[in-house]
Design a protein around this ligand. Structure first.
Ligand code: PBG
Length: 321
């Protein structure tokens, strides 16, 4: 009888044999920031090995990532002009078309679709004259952006704005424009979180007034978060996501059960920076802690993980492809 757990812990071989979670590197998605400003490489505070790049550097970065078996990316585009109501998206189209022309199907390229880096006020929506969310204009702008990205050759669309109805409207617009096979990976349960700090620095998307609590979820609420993902599943999302990932572990399984869809976790910039800052202070080993954080999200049921360390998966000793 006794010591049943200890008997299966003798060495690596036995422990690996009994490991319940494992990874494919294609289940990790690497964010990539491309800016219109002619910067070369801008460091993002708190997120080592991640930069705001110009287009040439982005090509070099992806080439190097491919040698590390990292080939699934989510693109964040940072335009230099914020033109409000006049989203011509020349820069966006150029980046997407150039990356897909260079790498073709060697990479899978998702694009974050949101208004926060396009509006001068930095919010994820447009407002009407009374300062209420102008939902109709917001949804049509988001759909227009999604179709433009699809026309330019994007592989997948990832709406992150949290507006009701956006998944349905984007799906409809993509379908009407012959993009019926482009999947939507929806940021479906996304909280108004304190942990997006380094990202907002990189994407130049800090709101000029107020905060995002008018549209992002309240972290006190579980049922509301379930409803949000359910909403996106009903509106036609192909993949769902919780964000911030490490702080939303409790939601992953319930969302899967409620919707029958796969659910990913976005390990956001502040969560990732937390690990990197602890490592900087020599309070833990970065790669080991990162590996643990990913396995925990997997253990909680995450199908895929968006992480600023995706390009390190080989270094961490995870499975190939
Ligand atoms: C844009 C967007 C944000 C993140 C991803 N897409 C910022 C926000 O909603 O404020 C955060 C990602 C991160 O912190 O790593 N809406």
């Amino acid at each position: 009888m006794g010591h049943k757990l200890l008997r299966l812990k003798k060495n690596d071989i036995l422990r690996n044999m009994c490991s319940e979670t494992s990874f494919l590197t294609d289940q990790l998605i690497q964010p990539i920031f491309v800016s219109e400003k002619s910067i070369s490489k801008k460091v993002i505070p708190g997120i080592p090995d991640n930069y705001v790049l110009n287009l040439d550097n982005a090509i070099t970065q992806i080439k190097s990532d491919l040698t590390s078996s990292c080939r699934n990316f989510i693109l964040f585009l940072v335009p230099s002009d914020k033109k409000d109501f006049d989203f011509d998206l020349t820069f966006h189209k150029k980046v997407i078309a150039t990356l897909k022309k260079n790498f073709k199907d060697e990479i899978f390229l998702w694009a974050d679709v949101c208004l926060c880096s396009l509006t001068s006020h930095g919010h994820c929506c447009l407002f009407d004259k009374k300062n209420n969310i102008d939902i109709n204009n917001t949804l049509s702008s988001l759909s227009q952006i999604a179709v433009t990205y699809a026309d330019a050759g994007i592989d997948g669309i990832s709406p992150s704005d949290m507006m009701d109805g956006r998944t349905a409207m984007i799906r409809k617009s993509l379908d009407e424009n012959h993009h019926q096979y482009i999947p939507i990976m929806s940021y479906s349960s996304k909280f108004a979180s304190n942990f997006y700090g380094p990202f907002r620095h990189a994407a130049d998307s800090t709101p000029a007034f107020g905060n995002r609590k008018q549209y992002q979820l309240d972290y006190r609420n579980k049922n509301e978060a379930l409803r949000a993902s359910y909403r996106c599943s009903q509106e036609g999302a192909d993949l769902l996501m919780v964000k911030p990932g490490q702080y939303s572990l409790d939601l992953i399984d319930p969302i899967k059960k409620k919707t029958g869809l796969m659910v990913g976790a976005y390990q956001v910039s502040g969560e990732y920076a937390g690990i990197s800052l602890l490592a900087k202070e020599n309070l833990l080993k970065f790669n080991d802690a990162l590996s643990e954080s990913w396995h925990v999200m997997k253990r909680a049921g995450a199908q895929f993980i968006i992480s600023y360390g995706a390009r390190k998966s080989k270094e961490l000793g995870l499975n190939e492809k």
